[in-house]
Design a protein around this ligand. Structure first.
Ligand SMILES: Cc1cc2nc3c(=O)[nH]c(=O)nc-3n(C[C@H](O)[C@H](O)[C@H](O)COP(=O)(O)OP(=O)(O)OC[C@H]3O[C@@H](n4cnc5c(N)ncnc54)[C@H](O)[C@@H]3O)c2cc1C
Length: 540
């Protein structure tokens, strides 16, 4: 490598960010997966940690730089409604699906399968986050499709380890991908305002849809779970790209969104011009039907944001380990060590909570406590972890200095991506209101949450103090205006309880900081011991 110019040598710059096995070097993830019952499948995670930390990271550069393009028409004006991607995107999708990022939970239906798929999703997000959108929708759509026995082939092929991007009917494919269409121009959070109409055909369960969707990601998927107004009210449908008679369905791609980030993934605006669709669940029960999918995509938002924090930290640690200022490596500057340790604390707690919720989802079918906890902790964790991800990404970017603002450093891509999980699948306010709804309408969720927090009592004075206040707040309830304050406290308590019950080596430091009074910015840890412990945890 040429390091000498006519005027200067390239000095005091880190070597290129290196490839590594991102499962093997993540103690927090490994311990969480084992704790939650996923150890049987550890070899799968060793393998994917290597793939995600090497090949996917390389492919991500091309997949993000060369963004998807809409090919609406052919040269002669005929409609095509296709999206063209850089080949790197297809390789990413094929690799992920072959390794079970979309289908592992359904293909290996045994204890721990959801935990392992969650870990695969967390690893994948670090390698290439944009493709996580179609991967999670494909994963999460399976239980909804299974509600309609006529859609068995769809459910089986969505769970299959085969990626086939060809624009052909599903009978000609071994595997399919899924998208989701809820948001319309007049309302995203308020999906009951959907105006797309579904008119029943003579054949039972078949409808024609007329209307639009304002956000419709991964529009090249084979099928979409969409909401539309049927005679009996808002209902859930499978809308395939091809009709059962082998003709192309009337799904028109109007344009692709020019997004802040998430560039490898296509998000579109669409119209349905009498598009054929198949009812899932009962007419009028659309929100309840699609909620099963949304609960799982919300879990993946949490996992993705936790993964993003980890990748940001990883890149920062690489940089500061090689960069010197004022006679010392940045890594050895006391104030920088505080910032890094604080970021590491945040990342560890996010990973632990995200995997705790994945464990609850895994055990939910057999265990009512875990089912109730999964219900409420999904909303709590989605709110908190996705919100914190932006703050971590911004701080991490600054740790890299000016280079952190430059595209090749990888930090801008993380920064652009970081707010997205807080917005889609229900923005932060919607998550907080969902917590209130769950606590109000399903009292078992409050009981499960209380029991989960109580089980960690007696081990840490900071936790115990905040626990008393939190339980009182939980019992008293709140109006909508107070929802964020309540859910933030519950999120912190849940993170603390998860770390304490796990005997996590950073549990006491985390409680002292996050429950004992933390500064608004990262870098305010009060104890040298906490700083050293958190850094030791990430290999410093
Ligand atoms: C890149 C991208 C891809 C997407 N892909 C898809 C997709 O594939 N399919 C799909 O269906 N959707 C998709 N979405 C849409 C996304 O889910 C919605 O944007 C989101 O749910 C918010 O809806 P909205 O944009 O209509 O905002 P609004 O509903 O108008 O909300 C605006 C703000 O108001 C707040 N708010 C709303 N109601 C209340 C209330 N009662 N109290 C307090 N605050 C409230 C919200 O929290 C939010 O902060 C995508 C979005 C993005 C950015």
């Amino acid at each position: 490598m040429q390091e000498t110019f006519a005027t200067h040598r390239v000095d005091n710059q880190p070597p290129p960010f290196g490839a590594c096995n991102i499962w093997m070097d993540d103690a927090g993830l490994r311990e969480a997966v084992f704790r939650e019952g996923g150890e049987t499948f550890a070899p799968q995670l060793v393998e994917y940690g290597q793939v995600a930390g090497t090949r996917l990271l390389q492919l991500a550069d091309d997949a993000h730089r060369d963004r998807p393009r809409l090919i609406a028409y052919d040269a002669y004006g005929r409609r095509l409604d296709r999206v063209e991607f850089h080949p790197a995107y297809h390789e990413v999708m094929g690799t992920a699906i072959a390794h079970g990022v979309a289908g592992w939970s359904w293909a290996q239906p045994q204890p721990g399968a959801h935990v392992v798929r969650a870990a695969l999703s967390y690893l994948h997000y670090q390698g290439e986050p944009g493709s996580s959108c179609p991967l999670t929708m494909t994963h999460a759509g399976v239980p909804v499709l299974r509600q309609n026995p006529a859609l068995r082939e769809w459910a089986d092929k969505a769970a299959a380890p085969h990626y086939d991007p060809r624009f052909v009917p599903i009978h000609d494919k071994q595997g399919v991908t899924l998208g989701m269409g809820m948001t319309e121009k007049q309302g995203g959070s308020d999906v009951r305002s959907n105006s797309t109409r579904a008119t029943p055909l003579a054949a039972i369960g078949e409808y024609l849809l007329v209307g639009h969707k304002w956000f419709f990601s991964a529009p090249m998927s084979d099928g979409f779970l969409v909401l539309a107004q049927a005679p009996g009210g808002l209902s859930c449908f499978l809308l395939p790209r091809w009709r059962p008679d082998g003709t192309v369905n009337a799904l028109r791609l109007l344009r692709l969104k020019d997004k802040q980030g998430d560039w490898s993934n296509a998000s579109s605006e669409v119209e349905f011009e009498n598009a054929w669709a198949c009812l899932i669940g009962e007419e009028g029960r659309g929100v309840a039907t699609i909620l099963e999918m949304v609960m799982l995509t919300r879990l993946d938002c949490m996992l993705g944001s936790a993964g993003l924090m980890r990748m940001a930290l990883r890149r920062v640690l690489h940089h500061v380990s090689h960069r010197h200022a004022f006679g010392k490596r940045l890594l050895d500057q006391p104030l920088m060590r505080n910032v890094l340790a604080d970021l590491a604390l945040e990342s560890e707690a996010a990973t632990a909570l995200a995997l705790r919720v994945a464990g609850a989802v895994d055990r939910a079918p057999q265990d009512p406590h875990e089912a109730a906890l999964a219900r409420v902790a999904t909303a709590i964790g989605k709110f908190w972890i996705c919100k914190r991800a932006s703050m971590v990404a911004a701080e991490a970017q600054e740790c890299v200095g000016g280079l952190g603002y430059i595209e090749e450093s990888g930090m801008p891509r993380l920064f652009r991506q970081s707010p997205l999980n807080a917005i889609w699948e229900g923005c932060s306010n919607i998550q907080c209101l969902d917590v209130l709804r769950a606590l109000g309408r399903e009292p078992e969720t409050g009981e499960a949450l209380g029991a989960e927090l109580q089980a960690a009592a007696g081990h840490d004075p900071h936790f115990d103090t905040v626990l008393q206040a939190g339980l009182a707040q939980l019992a008293a309830g709140t109006d909508e205006a107070g929802a964020r304050a309540l859910v933030e406290r519950l999120a912190l308590l849940l993170q603390g309880a998860t770390l304490l019950r796990a005997g996590h080596p950073l549990a006491a430091h985390w409680c002292a900081s996050r429950l004992g009074g933390h500064t608004a910015c990262f870098g305010g840890l009060a104890s040298a011991e906490a700083i050293e412990a958190a850094l030791a945890r990430v290999g410093v």
